[in-house]
Design a protein around this ligand. Structure first.
Ligand SMILES: [Zn+2]
Length: 219
């Protein structure tokens, strides 16, 4: 394992690496760093190789020296969501239609809850099929991460020099299932990006890429 100081790039001697404490010391900077946050040279080569032939469902483009990584959802879970969404939305919208005919305010209020849930389900379904996470790594322009469908979605700007750590956060939902997000600790805020409908390979690829660019751009 070749570890280099994230600040001064000096190679760290084995005696200053403590796997048990998950830390290492740079004698040059006199600073202690977290070991698991680091990527070693072998890993860098591995990541650079994977940029040339990315896993299925990931596309990499270079435009005007900017690197763009597209990670598409195309999830198998979409299949199950499809039937549930169809049934739930049909019932809700038929309900809405009937309530509108009867002009009852209370019923309208109740049915609108179902309609809102249906809209959420439909957008989840569309995202599960056509969604993407786009990581834009700018040479001269600002880097950002975009999540959405087509051009509809949200964009979070990234400042590589302010990023402290990147983790994948797993949360067990009360209604069952697991919600995964990537947490980017930047300055004193946390940028959270949903990893729904992304398989393990894609999640791993995104996490590694972010760590890689953080290392490339920091200082
Ligand atoms: Zn150092």
């Amino acid at each position: 394992m070749n570890i280099f100081c994230p600040k001064c790039n000096t190679q760290i001697e084995g005696s200053n690496i403590s796997v048990a404490n998950n830390t290492f010391l740079c004698v040059n900077c006199d600073e202690v760093f977290v070991l698991s946050e680091m990527i070693d040279t072998d890993e860098i080569l591995e990541i650079e190789k994977s940029f040339e032939s990315p896993p299925k469902g990931i596309k990499i483009n270079v435009e005007h020296e900017n690197l763009i990584i597209h990670i598409f959802t195309h999830s198998r879970e979409a299949f199950f969501l499809f039937f549930f969404t169809i049934v739930f939305s049909t019932v809700s919208f038929l309900g809405l239609y009937n309530v509108l005919l009867r002009e009852s305010i209370i019923e309208l209020f109740l049915i609108s809850i179902f309609v809102i849930i249906s809209i959420c389900l439909i957008s989840q379904f569309v995202y599960s099929l056509f969604g993407k996470i786009k990581l834009f790594v700018g040479r001269n322009e600002s880097s950002y991460i975009f999540i959405g469908v087509g051009i509809i979605g949200y964009k979070k700007y990234l400042h590589w020099d302010l990023i402290k750590k990147i983790t994948i956060n797993t949360e067990n939902l009360s209604e069952g299932g697991i919600k995964r997000r990537i947490h980017i600790f930047e300055g004193n805020k946390i940028i959270k990006i949903s990893l729904s409908f992304m398989n393990e390979e894609k999640r791993f690829f995104l996490e590694k890429s972010l760590r890689y660019f953080k290392k490339q751009f920091a200082i």
